[in-house]
Design a protein around this ligand. Structure first.
Ligand SMILES: Nc1ncnc2c1ncn2[C@@H]1O[C@H](COP(=O)(O)OP(=O)(O)O)[C@@H](O)[C@H]1O
Ligand SMILES: [Mg+2]
Length: 227
């Protein structure tokens, strides 16, 4: 059963689409079956995926892709859950009905926030929505310039921050312009390293409790042997 990761943030331009595309590709590169859903009427992720189809060929983008309106998210997620390991949802820039549905469908919510006061204020609303739904959530500091004083202030203001931050790096935008992700264009780059670290962090947070339970008997066996 797929894990659903929704990228949400009330404020536009915080990096939802950039982060959604990068996480989707990085998870697919690790051998996961990944679906990417665009429920933002602006259709940026759809545009990116269109470029990806031109580059790699239709059906060869490494992703299951669909663009749909928010109210259809529930049924689409139910359909894809059985076919995929991860479903990444890029949501529209507000917390109205459509975005709320995407948040409710999620097993994990990632909120990108740029080091700016308006991003910070908008984040609190999205964070509250996630908390009200009792869904695990992390805030991702995105597009952080080197030595950002504001990033420091925001770190103090916000709870639930991801350990990983994404720097302000041209490669994140440049890769999207080619229908790709930083981990494909320059796997050894800092941008790619940050995305890999972020995915590692997310995987640790969403990993299955059932899997953990399966592992538990083995651990107990070891204990018995050493005893
Ligand atoms: N870490 C980053 N470094 C550099 N540019 C970024 C970064 N994250 C986002 N951007 C740029 O910021 C703009 C807004 O990002 P986008 O992903 O479209 O935000 P949203 O989907 O939340 O509206 C885009 O031009 C994108 O290329
Ligand atoms: Mg967007």
């Amino acid at each position: 059963m797929a894990k659903v990761i929704t990228i949400a943030q009330q404020k536009g331009g915080a990096g939802k689409t950039t982060v959604a595309a990068h996480i989707a590709v990085a998870l697919a590169q690790k051998g996961n079956r990944v679906a990417a859903l665009d429920i933002d009427p602006q259709g940026s992720l759809s545009y990116w995926h269109g470029l990806r189809e031109k580059r790699f060929g239709e059906g060869y983008t490494g992703l299951v892709f669909n663009a749909l309106s928010g109210w259809r998210v529930g049924s689409e997620v139910a359909r894809l859950r059985k076919q995929c390991d991860f479903i990444i949802i890029d949501s529209p820039p507000h917390t109205e009905t459509e975005a709320r549905t995407a948040v409710r469908s999620a097993d994990f919510i990632l909120i990108p926030v740029q080091p700016s006061p308006t991003d910070l204020w908008a984040t609190k609303a999205t964070l509250e929505l996630a908390k009200a739904e009792k869904i695990p959530v992390k805030v991702l500091l995105n597009r952080v310039p080197a030595n950002s004083r504001l990033a420091g202030i925001i770190r103090e203001e916000l709870t639930d921050l991801a350990e990983t931050t994404l720097g302000s790096r041209v490669l994140f935008a440049a890769a999207l312009m080619e229908g790709r992700a930083a981990t494909e264009v320059e796997p050894g780059s800092r941008a790619a390293g940050e995305v890999k670290a972020l995915v590692k962090e997310i995987l640790a947070l969403v990993k299955d409790e059932e899997e953990e339970e399966e592992k538990a008997p083995k651990a107990r066996k070891k204990e018995l042997v050493s005893a």
